[in-house]
Design a protein around this ligand. Structure first.
Ligand code: SF4
Length: 374
């Protein structure tokens, strides 16, 4: 089993909070797609014959691709790798790209799951974020996706920014729930260095993030979605039964994946690779038949710490027996002591040698995991 991630590094506008790799100039889109196809060819041995069961178009904004471009990439994958008969094929999309015709084209091309970047159903909030869509487009696109035959829809929402009152956050969740989408991804706004948001906060053009407000909105979200039958299966992800994102779940299980495109990451079980995050350097290098990447072989300790971090973020939790097998008596003793401390603090629970975050613990997930690292 393996996954393939394709990074499409173009966006219509730069969202103020975003630090992903993308360009707002589409001038070299054709050249870049040709080199994506070249990279797929050059990396055909990476998955060592594993069967591909998920493909994920991320970015950037993959909904900027035409039907022909999508089909060319998918055909190349099918002709290069062993691909399962039934695959989850996800595309991240922005609401303003999802006209009825565009959705029919996506369905025809083989996309069977959409991850739609709604973020908010309020115009003023979308403008604050500098999103390319408006509230009306956000409200329309979910039903339009179903009408076009794509039932498996996930929507993204953002909370924890100063403009978002608790009342507006409740309305966003209520609106999302009226669509009965099978999956939601909800993220707290973070201020990444070198983003427009960071500079606006520094120059006092906008208020900083209020972390208490963000935490209380996260708590409300967890309760509201669990009350409607959604599994909180990963810290930022909620799904109705049987509707978890397979591609993302496989990341958290440590299953290998191949990342294609500028800035895309790959993992083969032992080492990580990441491609250059520059469109022109990527195009030029692939033009010379070279994939421009850096690589890191993970030590046993790094692998263990990654497993602690990713497992704790999931509802399945972290298996302590795995830890005992992988580290010294001394480290195991220190680990047990820290676990007991967090259990007493109400941030962790232990069941059958598996530790899981409590609702309270989910507010401090990164801190708890960091304290448990070897
Ligand atoms: S559309 Fe997505 S990738 Fe593009 S700038 Fe906005 S958040 Fe970033």
């Amino acid at each position: 089993m393996a996954g393939i991630y394709i990074h499409i590094p173009f966006c219509k506008k730069a969202c103020h909070y975003c630090d992903f790799h993308f360009s707002t100039s589409l001038t070299y889109k054709n050249e870049l797609i040709q080199q994506l196809l070249m990279e797929i060819e050059l990396r055909k041995e990476y998955l060592k014959g594993d069967v591909v069961d998920t493909i994920y178009f991320g970015g950037g904004t993959p909904s900027l691709l035409s039907k022909g471009e999508l089909i060319a990439i998918l055909d190349k994958i099918h002709n290069t790798f062993r691909v399962h008969d039934t695959i989850e094929c996800t595309l991240e999309a922005n609401p303003d790209d999802l006209s009825s015709d565009a959705l029919i084209a996506l369905n025809d091309a083989g996309i069977n799951r959409l991850s739609i970047g709604i973020q908010s159903f309020f115009d003023e909030d979308l403008q604050y974020m500098n999103r390319s869509h408006d509230a009306a487009q956000a409200a329309r696109c979910i039903d339009a996706a179903r009408d076009a035959g794509i039932e498996n829809v996930s929507i993204d929402l953002i909370f924890g920014y100063p403009l978002l009152s608790d009342d507006k956050w409740k309305q966003n969740i209520d609106t999302a729930l009226t669509y009965e989408v099978p999956h939601l991804s909800c993220y707290a706004m973070t201020v990444e260095p070198k983003t427009a948001l960071a500079s606006f906060i520094k120059s006092k053009k906008t208020l900083p993030i209020n972390h208490e407000q963000s935490a209380s909105q996260f708590e409300y979200l967890m309760k509201a979605l669990q009350a409607k039958g959604y599994e909180h299966y990963e810290i930022s992800n909620y799904a109705l039964s049987g509707k978890r994102a397979v591609h993302n779940s496989n990341y958290w299980k440590g299953i290998p994946y191949l990342g294609i495109g500028p800035s895309a990451h790959s993992f083969d079980g032992v080492s990580r690779q990441w491609n250059v995050a520059n469109n022109m350097t990527y195009i030029k290098s692939l033009g010379e038949g070279i994939v421009p990447f850096e690589q890191e072989v993970l030590t046993e300790t790094q692998q263990l710490n990654e497993r602690i971090m990713t497992s704790l973020r999931t509802m399945e939790g972290f298996d302590m027996a795995y830890h005992k097998n992988k580290c010294s008596m001394e480290d195991a003793f220190a680990f047990d002591k820290t676990v007991q401390h967090f259990i007493q603090e109400g941030l962790l629970v232990a069941e059958n040698d598996v530790i899981k975050l409590t609702q309270q613990g989910k507010l401090f997930a990164d801190y708890v995991a960091g304290e448990l690292f070897v």
